[in-house]
Design a protein around this ligand. Structure first.
Ligand code: ATP
Length: 503
């Protein structure tokens, strides 16, 4: 698994997708740059989300709020007091860890044991195997599951009560060792705030302390009435936004999975108090459908309902995706109650209420939000796409099966040879298509090698101009995934491509 992940990272660099930021200075930890193909893929994911969430919903509008916000925002939102990670240091290795992540990794090991038992039993019983029944009746598995759930519950309770001594005790009782030194010599657990601070203003005396926003949501909450009034929006309605967020993550590892500067795609849906359960379920379902629409395999997604809730939520679930390092959170769906709007009312002294003409009363709306990391979605798409395939002739090919609608380059146009007027025709095809699709020209190397290069770069179509083109105005169009080639007229190319890549 580690090997696969290393390949993903190397491939992302080699094919112009992602590199470490400031690489010539040996990089900056957990900060990344998207290069030419990565920028296109990111843009296409952004657009795919925006179309589905904003354009396709009559009652959802999009905004673009500033990264800097009035500092009181973060008092009201709870981020100054409660946006912390519990940290613990190992005294021997001097390495710092998130205490909750250490405990969760320990639980993941127990879960791996459960998986092993399930797989063994599935093999033994074959068709007759009933997984649910096995999970609830096999005594060893029942014991493992109870243990895992007890640990998580106790951790959740202790963190909520800020009982950090108990978190440390739990680590000691479980015998968790430092992954680097193997030692159990831990310090106390301390809270660490994740927000990046900066200053506004020139002189030290007058400067104001600011934060880089750790989530985009607050830009929506503070604009809730502006948008509702100017758009004459009626509840239920949503406000969506895509933008950068910043978190001073301690456990910054796993490539673009957890970054210090990243992009969120969030939508806050404003509803009548009391209707949150219904909307929460609805948005869970709608967001899962969006993921499945990309065809990356139903078996690679699952819901994880939270037992430990954030300070603002009355229900929360993650959509988890099977990354190369296992199932991890890709998106969160949170029922945020009226926590944020009420708190902003209190701190700003301004009313943030909605007059409901049907009920003939005013209230502070409840909110259900969907929140997905654009970079994490990028990693899901990219790591799932990268495949090595054995071909019939025994050779292997590396292919990046990015869904055509998201692929950075939709088609490469290749003249079979660099003479006889074929390059000119290829350039003309590109000129005809390039307003609608990102298409490129490639004439270097034998055509077979060019196909392989485009396969690895993720280009869904290769269009080849050959000598027959001179006679009948047809070309071949080759599909990346099936490697099938069709002979089609140049005039029909636009339709062929559009059939697969139009959103
Ligand atoms: P985690 O538990 O992984 O730290 P979280 O629960 O704090 O994430 P949220 O605050 O719910 O995450 O943020 C919503 C989404 O933003 C996440 O589902 C994830 O896709 C993305 N996200 C959060 N933190 C990061 C990060 N440091 N780097 C990249 N994406 C992130």
């Amino acid at each position: 698994q580690e090997d696969i992940f290393k390949k993903v990272i190397a491939h992302a660099k080699e094919y112009g997708y992602v590199v470490q930021s400031s690489e010539i200075y040996d990089g900056l930890s957990a900060v990344y740059d998207y290069t030419q193909n990565g920028a296109e893929l990111k843009k296409n994911i952004r657009e795919y989300w925006w179309k589905a969430m904003v354009q396709m919903h009559e009652n959802i509008v999009g905004i673009d709020a500033a990264i800097f916000m009035h500092p009181t925002t973060w008092k009201a939102s709870g981020h100054v007091d409660a946006f912390n990670d519990p940290l613990i240091d190992n005294k021997d290795s001097k390495k710092r860890y998130r205490a909750d992540v250490l405990i969760e990794d320990h639980v993941a090991k127990i879960e791996a044991k459960i998986d092993k038992e399930v797989n063994k039993a599935a093999k033994r019983f074959g068709e007759a195997f009933d997984k649910e029944q096995f999970l609830s009746t096999n005594t060893r598995v029942v014991e493992y599951r109870k243990k895992a759930s007890d640990i998580l519950q106790r951790m959740g309770r202790s963190l909520e009560a800020e009982d950090l001594d108990d978190v440390k005790k739990l680590i000691e009782e479980l015998g968790i060792v430092c992954p680097v030194s193997g030692s159990k010599n831990w310090t106390d657990v301390k809270q660490f705030n994740l927000m990046f601070g900066t200053k506004l203003g020139a002189s030290a005396e007058t400067a104001t302390d600011l934060y880089l926003r750790p989530e985009t949501a607050q830009g929506i909450f503070v604009n809730f009435l502006n948008v509702q009034k100017s758009g004459r929006l009626k509840i239920p309605f949503g406000i969506a936004q895509i933008g950068k967020a910043f978190r001073n993550e301690i456990v910054a590892r796993q490539f673009i999975f957890r970054m210090r500067e990243f992009e969120q795609m969030e939508m806050q849906f404003f509803i009548r108090p009391g209707s949150q359960k219904e909307w929460y379920e609805k948005w869970k379902e709608t967001r899962m459908k969006w993921h499945l629409s990309l065809g990356m395999g139903e078996e690679n997604y699952r819901f994880h309902d939270h037992e430990k809730l954030a300070h603002y939520a009355d229900a929360a679930a993650d959509i988890e995706f099977k990354f190369p390092f296992g199932f991890k959170e890709l998106e969160g769906i949170h029922s945020r109650t009226d926590f944020d709007l009420r708190s902003h009312e209190e701190y700003s002294g301004k009313k943030l209420q909605y007059f409901d003409p049907e009920l003939n009363e005013s209230y502070v709306p409840y909110v259900v939000e969907t929140s997905i990391g654009l970079d994490r979605m990028f990693l899901a798409v990219f790591s799932h796409a990268l495949q090595e395939e054995e071909l019939e002739n025994g050779s292997t090919r590396t292919v990046l099966r990015i869904p055509a609608v998201l692929a950075p380059t939709k088609a490469a146009v290749l003249p079979l040879v660099k003479k006889d007027g074929l390059p000119e025709i290829a350039h003309k095809i590109i000129a005809d298509l390039k307003w609608d699709f990102n298409v490129i020209y490639d004439e270097k190397d034998a055509v077979g090698r060019r196909y392989r290069r485009q396969d690895a770069a993720g280009t869904p179509f290769c269009i080849t101009v050959d000598h027959q083109t001179l006679e009948d105005n047809t070309v071949t169009i080759r599909h990346r995934d099936s490697m099938e080639q069709l002979r089609v007229s140049i005039d029909s190319l636009r339709n062929h491509i559009a059939a697969e890549v139009d959103m």
